[in-house]
Design a protein around this ligand. Structure first.
Ligand code: ATP
Ligand code: LTN
Length: 337
């Protein structure tokens, strides 16, 4: 590897399309950062199965997520783009990390509390509880320096840092301590119909979610029906005007124009104008991404080949790290005959 910082990030293949929050909060940064970093991007299918899921749909969700990474600008010959379950070191390191993670500290993870509450806490799986240690394993296997994520993942990165430090002090210097990279302005995109809650792939209702793989006309219609408020001023105010603020954030991310400039430009204009511009900006960016993703999905064996090559590249880094960890914790090496 070169002397560039190492970047790791991932998304769960929990739906057949990514949503606009994934694009703004993650993919846009990923794409920009892959030049200056040695970047590794993972489709975290083992994380996707921590909540109830349909096994018949998962292979397709996994391929579609990978195709959308590539279509949005991730280059699988420069960066490493692979599927988590293809590299067994992830689950193996996660087990080791489980043994140094406190039940109490895992219980404080807000994503676990939120996701468990959705299913009824009694029904939540041990896998969902251990989600953060698997995520820590993803990151720590690669000597990762930076982890670009949305702000909902901040707590998990802090846990990862704690675990790395704890392991290093108990067993000797092993892991690099990673840092979260969170773009403040775009760290959280909200549901268009319910602008108090985060947009996510697995929200209960579809009407407030903007999908990357939706037909342009559907996307435009959704944006035009976004919930706003009763006064007429276009101004950023998360508390008083969550719907309008969300639209401004989205437009800012898609046009590279600051929210302040947008406020000035829209002074005296109506919500219809704002929605129209947001719809145009989103459609013109997503349209070519969608077509490219569909093209890639037309040739699943080529996509599988790309993922296979990249799994080998990832494994070549992960396996020696796992061996080092096993050695540090005192596991008796298996002698190969
Ligand atoms: P799920 O519903 O399966 O939890 P999700 O849509 O919330 O999915 P993840 O796969 O958990 O998304 O997250 C992938 C990446 O996208 C992460 O870096 C996350 O922080 C970012 N992200 C997800 N939703 C948003 C959002 N609404 N705003 C900004 N970033 C987001
Ligand atoms: N939990 C993350 C997805 C994820 C991830 C990772 C992100 C799994 N492993 C490692 C960065 C680094 C999420 O976005 N929901």
């Amino acid at each position: 590897m070169s002397s560039k910082p190492i970047l790791f990030s991932g998304m769960a293949p929990s739906a057949d399309s990514l949503q606009i929050g994934n694009y703004i909060g993650a993919l846009l940064q990923w794409k920009e950062m892959q030049q200056a970093n040695d970047a590794i991007f993972c489709v975290v299918d083992l994380h996707a199965i921590t909540v109830p899921q349909d096994p018949a749909g998962l292979p397709d969700h996994t391929r579609r997520t990978a195709a959308q990474y590539i279509a949005a600008g991730i280059d699988p010959t420069m960066s490493i783009l692979f599927v988590q379950s293809h590299v067994s070191a992830h689950t193996e390191l996660a087990w080791i990390l489980n043994t140094i993670t406190g039940f109490g500290e895992a219980s404080r993870m807000t994503q676990f509390k939120d996701k468990a509450a959705k299913q009824g806490t009694e029904a939540a799986s041990l896998g969902l509880f251990a989600y953060p240690t698997l995520m820590a394993a993803d990151i720590l296997l690669y000597d990762t320096n930076v982890v670009p994520v949305g702000d909902d993942q901040k707590q998990h990165i802090e846990l990862t840092r704690d675990l790395a430090n704890r392991f290093n002090s108990r067993f000797g210097e092993t892991f690099v301590i990673p840092e979260a990279i969170i773009m403040k302005e775009t760290a959280r995109i909200y549901d268009l119909q319910n602008p108090e809650s985060k947009m996510s792939k697995t929200s209960a209702s579809d009407s407030g979610v903007v999908w990357m793989m939706d037909e342009p006309s559907k996307t435009a219609k959704k944006i035009r029906s976004a919930v706003t408020d009763d006064d007429r001023e276009i101004r950023f105010d998360r508390g008083a005007k969550p719907g309008v603020s969300n639209l401004l954030t989205i437009l800012s991310a898609f046009t590279g124009t600051s929210v302040e400039l947008l406020e000035q430009r829209f002074a005296g204009r109506g919500y219809g104008d704002l929605k129209g511009e947001v719809a145009d900006a989103v459609v013109s960016t997503f349209e070519p991404i969608r077509s490219r993703a569909l093209e890639l999905l037309d040739d699943p064996s080529e996509l599988d080949r790309i993922l296979a090559v990249n799994a080998e590249r990832a494994e070549a880094i992960a396996q020696p790290m796992l061996a080092k960890v096993y050695d540090r914790v005192g596991l008796l090496p298996r002698v190969r005959r």
